[in-house]
Design a protein around this ligand. Structure first.
Ligand code: ATP
Length: 205
């Protein structure tokens, strides 16, 4: 099935854009949410985490010991890369399982991931969308949504690739600047993806 990847910096509005696609009947795989869920569900991943970071990575009731893991990977690039090398394949497995449940009548699916480009998972998508918003608007949204300070938002932003770097890799764009309609932009992209998905289907028949 034709796969569209969608990403954007924190507060850009990628989840908001995905909700519009969902209204149009397009199923969305929220990779970041799934990544959190599978930490306590995917047996291979759990075993890998315990081997890499110790049995204390999980409490006796099976819950993840976030504090323990964060303590190891915080400011330790090698350990973070090791964790990502365990989590990313597990997310791919979850995506494949999810996609296999999607009816053939669905024209295409959307995969939302904050680190679509950073993780390399964009290579498994047929096309990609980058959602952008002006810096000041993103700061305002996140301070409101998460009740955090401007400095805390900036620290989170600094950990991500810049929009300039991401836009070099993206195929389509949504500008969520609260001036241009996000609904109209999604509708226009949806029309393009329907055509692309039809061509993809006939090429792969
Ligand atoms: P994150 O990566 O941090 O989860 P995101 O890119 O998924 O962020 P959203 O959660 O969609 O961004 O949006 C961030 C906040 O901004 C939300 O509270 C959302 O309701 C609000 N928001 C997004 N787009 C708009 C808009 N066009 N007008 C008003 N508010 C908006």
């Amino acid at each position: 099935m034709y796969k569209v990847g969608i990403t954007g910096g924190i507060g850009s509005g990628k989840t908001t854009a995905c909700r519009v696609f969902e209204v149009l009947g397009i199923p969305v795989f929220y990779a970041d949410t799934v990544a959190k869920e599978i930490m306590t569900q995917d047996v291979l991943l759990i075993e890998g985490v315990k081997t890499a970071f110790g049995d204390e990575s999980y409490f006796e009731d099976g819950k993840l010991n976030n504090k323990h893991i964060a303590g190891i990977v915080f400011n330790n690039e090698k350990a973070l890369a090791q964790l990502n090398a365990l989590v990313h394949p597990a997310v791919f497995r979850a995506f494949d399982a999810w996609e296999s449940t999607i009816p053939a009548t669905v024209p295409y699916t959307l995969k939302e991931a904050a680190i679509l480009f950073e993780s390399g998972s964009y290579k498994l998508c047929d096309t990609t969308i980058l959602v952008t918003a002006p810096y000041e608007i993103k700061i305002k949204r996140l301070m409101q949504r998460d009740g955090v300070t401007e400095e805390q938002v900036k620290a989170r932003m600094d950990k991500q690739l810049s929009d300039e770097e991401k836009s070099r890799l993206a195929d389509h764009f949504i500008l969520n600047d609260e001036q241009q309609s996000i609904i109209e932009q999604v509708l226009a992209l949806h029309q393009q993806f329907l055509k692309l998905a039809t061509a993809f289907k006939s090429d792969n028949f």
